[in-house]
Design a binder for this molecule. Sequence first.
Ligand code: HEM
Ligand code: FES
Length: 616
Amino acid sequence: MFRRVHQRLAGFDSDIVVQDVEPAPPAVTIAILPASRSPIGVESSWVLIMPSARRVRLWSGLVLFAYVTTHLANHSLGLVSLDAMEAGRVYFLALWRNPLLSLLLYGSLVTHVVLAFWALYQRRTLRMPLWEAAQLALGLAIPPLLVTHIVGTRIAWQVYGVEDAYSRVALSLWALAPDLGSRQVLIVGLAWVHAMIGLHSIVKLRAWYPRAAPWLLGLVVLVPVLAILGFVNGGRQAAALARDPAVRAQMLWHGRAPLTPAEAATLVRVREGGFVGYTTLLGAVLVARGVRSVLQRRRGLIRVAYPNGRRVIVPVGLSVLEVSRYARIPHASVCGGRGRCSTCRVRIQTARPQPPPDETESRVLRRLGMPHDVRLACQLRPTSDLGVTPLLPATATAADGRPPGDSHSGREQDVVVVFADLRRFTRLAEHRLPYDVVFFLNRYFEAVGGAIQRSGGVANQYTGDGVMALFGLDVGPEEGCRQALTAAAEMVRSVATLSESLAADLPEPLRIGIGIHTGPAVVGRMGYGAAVYLTAVGDTVHVASRLEALTKDYDCELVVSEMVARRAGVSTEGLPRHELTLRNRAEPLSMLVVRSAVALAPSEPSRAGGEASRTS
Ligand code: HEM
Ligand code: FES
């Protein structure tokens, strides 16, 4: 059953023809290759300049931000008096009209605008979350609104020596041309919101952000509000002073003769030229998008397969994130596709080499210790068919983008360790093609990894048919135990669902055994080269593994140490208790044998977080 979506909008999205296919039987989706080394692929030059373009846009944005903030701070002195504004302006000018900073400022403005056009051109679809659209639209709206102000102040000063002191500008904008004054207030609002969206998309990724957020919010509101109030107060003072015609002439021209009609006409031409030039460039970018769309469709279509058999057919050139957005498949993208947050990450299965990660993407993936088959969806622009499995839920937050256990490198701490193992896997794998075994195992890992991730854990090792996961790294052992017990019930449920969907191909229903223990362990990122993963070592890990092995002897789904149940605060009434004698331990370990893992799951589901990663 096919549902075809074909969208054409002048210039926008016209480069995309999406054929969206309803869930198809998994067996016919795409070839799943063994998770191998990163496929070596073609590198195109524009991909190489992308990260540096993004960085330059950020730095130029920060220079503009510094300018706007100091400018607004200067305005807010109007709350004291017009003289205070003028006094503050002396320092402001010493800073920004010094040739070096002037060059930096105007260079940044031009660079930022050019890179804004580049960003607009780069986006293959304009389907995006509201905050991204707002940033783009506000950014693009600023220059045509700002051009009058720049021409009336800096350019009039630079070319004709018109002193753009507060007395002149405040008088003009408040009393003589209040419509321009209102427009100026609007620009301040737009530029500020635009800058704040950009900065927020960066700082929200920092671990300190949640604590600092209330203070930052105060600043974000205070700076423009005080600036506008300063302007209002300064403007009123200027208007009062200007009642005397002599003072008024001095305020406007500072001893200089008023502009001649020819000079004024020149400034108007400059303003109109700026406006026309800008809109022409913007139009050219939109036309270029249209031309590219035609050319790109000729390069052919590729198929992107999602879990559950969903497939999207698009022209080459879109990033995986853009494919998801276009096909309205929910996909996490906390930083807005700028390669910073990693929440868009996907595991890929590809039969042909894809473009390798650039430096930015590699750095992010290395920092997180991701295996080679994991890529950032916002950075990967596939050149051939591939399958993708998003690793984080679409609701992922900035916290989910931070490396798991970031602050736990090489530390001993109380953790919760879970081992899960598929029963009688050898029998299941017998007489099957390697392709089938890999396919089956990937579905199984998806089921258990998803359950672990949804419950807040980190699945850090997939070996054969077994999974090891850590809980409580960031939330402490009590919450970790609750999450682990929730995950155990979820895993059993997910495996049962998988078993039903594959029933025709299975000699017997799938069953898993799970062992959980909690205690101190050394947690850190370990490994070599690209294969560095967050893991835990120590007695707690061995015991959890032993408990999992005991599920075979007791023929049950779950064996947990009593400490796990106690820390989770769940009732253990009626559950059989056994004792396990361990080497290196004088006291035997008390454990609970649980026939059905659902019986011990805490009633409140734990918060999602963490992630299902995979070692290969
Ligand atoms: C008025 C002062 C401005 C400030 C303080 C500012 C600040 C910023 C910041 C901090 C970012 C985020 C950069 C990043 O995440 O990499 C950004 C992005 C952006 N800015 Fe500005 N900006 C200003 C003016 C402008 C102007 C005049 C334009 C329009 C041409 C513009 C268009 C953009 C665009 C399109 C983006 C990126 C949106 C995307 O990623 O698609 N900005 N800006
Ligand atoms: S969306 Fe943030 S890295 Fe891809």
